[in-house]
Structure formats: C-alpha cells, structure tokens
Design a binder for this molecule. Sequence first.
Ligand code: ZN
Length: 411
Amino acid sequence: MTRPDAPTAVRQGSLREWNLAVVLGRIAAADRPPSRAELAAGTGLTRATVSAVVEDLLAGRLVAEAEPTPRTGAGRPSRGLVLATDGPAGLGLEVNVDYLAACVVDLAGRVRHHRVHRADLRPLSPAEALARLADLAADARAEATRERLTLAGAALAVPGLVGEAGLVRLAPNLGWRDVPVPALLGRAAPLTAHVDGVPPLVVDNEANLAALGELHAGPGDRASFLHISGEVGIGAGIVLDGSLFRGTRGWSGEIGHITIRPDGPPCRCGGRGCLETYAGQEAVLAAAGLGGADLPADTATTRLAELAGAGDPAALRALAEAGTALGVAVAGVVNLLDLDTVVLGGGYAPLAPWLCPPVLAEVSRRVLTAAWSPVTVRPATLGAAAAAVGGAGSVVRRILDQPTGWLARPA
Ligand SMILES: [Zn+2]
C-alpha cells in the first residue's frame, strides 16, 4: 500500500503499476510471444525499463519465457514472453436449477479444470445446495494446486437477482429468496489466496457471467452483443462496447420475463405470458413431448436435437414456436439498443440450428433497421459452461488489468 504522506512514493508506485499493466497487457494481447525489444518498441518504454518490468513479472509467475525459436542467420535465438501457466488462476462456480459447476481458468484464459454435477437442486435447501457446491470447489482447488496454479479469487454464477454483498434476492426457478450465499458457501472462502484488488468471492447473475465468457472468448474487446442463456430460466447479458451493461441495480437482462402475450400462461415470477413460459427449457421439452421423460436437462436437450435432426414433427414445431417467441423478445431488445449480434448460449447453443431461423425471421420482420443492417444470430462459442468459465475469466482479467495486487501478496 502507498502512504498518503509520501507523494513521491505514490507517484513512483503508480508509474510502476502502470508499466507492469502495460507490458503484461501487451504480452496478453500478442499473436506470438513478443521479445523484450519488441515490447520496448511497442510500448515506448526504454529497454532497461522493460527488462526490469519483465523480471518482476517473471518472478511473480505472471509471465514465462517461451520456448526459443531458432533464428536463421547470426545472433542468439530470440526468447519471447508468454503468460504463465503456473501462476494465478480464477475459480468459476455456478449453481443452476439442475446442475452445479466448478472450473479453473488460468491467466491465458485456458480452462484447466471443469466439473459439472447434474442434479435437480429444487428439492434442496440453499444451504444443502451450496454445501455440494463447496465440495466441487474444494476438488477444483486441489486440482489447481496439483497443476501448480494459485486461485486468486472466485466468481459464483446464480440464476437470479443478486443484491449487495452477494445476497441472492430472488432466484425464482430455484425458489430462493434472500439467500446469503457467501456466508452459506463459507467453506469456499479460504479457497482463494488473498490478493489485493481481487475479491475472494463475487456473486453475479449467470447470464452476466456467461456474456463475459463470450466476450473474452470472442474476437473483439470492443464488441456489442446480446447473449441469451437458455436454461430452465432465460437470462440475457447485454455487452455494449466491450462492457457489461448491468443496469442501475445490476439487474438488467431479465429477458425471460418480457411479456410475449399479456393473457398467456402464468409464470413463476407472478406475471403471465412471459418469454420463459414459451421458450424456457421445460416449456420447449413439454411441447416436444419430452416433458415427462424425467431426463437430466442436457440429456433431454440432446434428445430434442436428435429428434429435430431426424425431422420429428413435434420437436420441429416446439423449436419453431420457441424460436418465434424468442425472436419477438429479441426484436424488442434490438429495436431498443441497436445491437447487431445476438448469441444463443447455454441450453440454446445445441438447438441453434432450429432456433436461429425463426429468431431471425421475427427480427427481420420487427426490427426497423434490419433492412439496412442485418442482425447476426449465432450459437455461443462456449458451451453450457459459459457462466462458470466467464466468472473464472473475470478473476484473471482483474489480475491482468492490475497485476500489482498479485505481485505484492504475502508469500
Ligand atoms: Zn415471468
């Protein structure tokens, strides 16, 4: 920490912080491992400064020397720099209606560990569900340690509205109301090392974290898109100019409760005719005749895709109806926000071949500007694990943006 009575120290501290972040950012963004000379040329820093910064980053296990590439001609082979694969990592956790997930993502964004536990969590109390999640988290930590990674922070995705201090105000499909998640997950608190600037546990809406996962996995850091997670509930993450738009209280993106028909079937939220009652996983499976099959959701979704692929009329009709309802809601969002890309994630991703055409048809029909600027509707890059991976990725992003907290942590 810097002292308020030491302005010079503050300035030097800030400069070092800045240099570390700039050099680390260059290494993270490079297509191939840059040399120290290339980093100096690219950042405008002196070679001596770059060398000193790189020494700090190497000592702190944030970067590593790449395998030398043999040079043709004279001179030493050049050794580029890459992000370390044995340094800090993020822990991503997810609790959803019918599964729990835990994953570990390293500094380079690679998923190093991933486990999903399938079970209907609705009969369990929040404490019981979170105790199971704590077990998964403990396994993830053990695996990270085996891989010589240090968990620097955790992010937990929940299918509901998250208030201050990780309090889950409402998760309608789980039947949770005012659940103090961090306290109940208490066993996970010592899972992560203490790193300044990285919260030990962030609780966020699963659609938000899934959208961040898609942003990190995608091509552009300045992208704008709508990411829709289709599970039992339907949530959306709105990414504008490379940033998540959370709304005033962090509760944006409740696309599942946009009204499709005011006099439609009752919804778990208390309203009627919400998108979820037409395009939620349970509604689609029931319409396809798979409702009472008592299959785990991912198996049922795979089965639905198989049936649709084989031309089963009920499956095709169910998907067309869900896609149409989804398209009506999406068209409203696109008219409002002027987005050009819609990503279908979660349980929607494997069904995208059948959902995209009706969604596009509604968007073309209802979006004022569609004639001049077509909207792309595509499946998510990350599969069903997007929220946990996105959460873990947001932890390592914090370290990349502000590496001094990691470097200063107690050994
Ligand atoms: Zn609703």
